[in-house]
Design a protein. Structure first.
Length: 139
């Protein structure tokens, strides 16, 4: 959803408990600094993010930065995949870095089995138990 020439809301569907809910990511466009994605959705959402970016007229490779607001799974879940696809730098508050880079398990992070049950079409799908990325600290 385009809010202005520089700001988009990327709406991603998420199945949870038999209901469809939505996650809202932000995309900031800056002609000089490039594109910044704010948060990444749940694990396995990278294709949906890529589709939403395309709807906004952007290829995933055009992302220069991914800013993580906090460690919750619906914010960091597809970070690793999106960094791999885009080569984007990751930004996170210093307090969040150990959770975002995988050094510590996020506080509210469910087990891989629970994630697979909640977020995948198949309960047998494997979901990584942490996210690894090079994270730049900001305070």
């Amino acid at each position: 959803m385009k809010l202005s020439d520089e700001l988009y809301v990327l709406v991603l569907p998420m199945a949870l408990g038999g209901q469809v809910r939505h996650i809202h990511l932000l995309l900031l466009l800056d002609e000089q600094q490039g594109a910044t994605l704010i948060d990444t959705g749940i694990p396995g959402s990278a294709d949906l993010v890529e589709e939403a970016l395309a709807e906004a007229g952007l290829r995933v490779e055009a992302l220069r930065r991914i800013l993580i607001t906090h460690q919750d799974i619906d914010h960091v879940g597809s970070l690793h995949d999106l960094v791999q696809r885009s080569g984007a730098r990751v930004l996170a508050h210093e307090a969040e870095v150990p959770y975002v880079d995988g050094s510590l398990r996020p506080v509210k992070f469910p087990s891989p089995a629970i994630l697979a049950y909640r977020y995948s079409r198949s309960a047998k799908r494997q979901v990584p138990h942490h996210v690894q990325a090079n994270v730049l600290r900001y305070a």
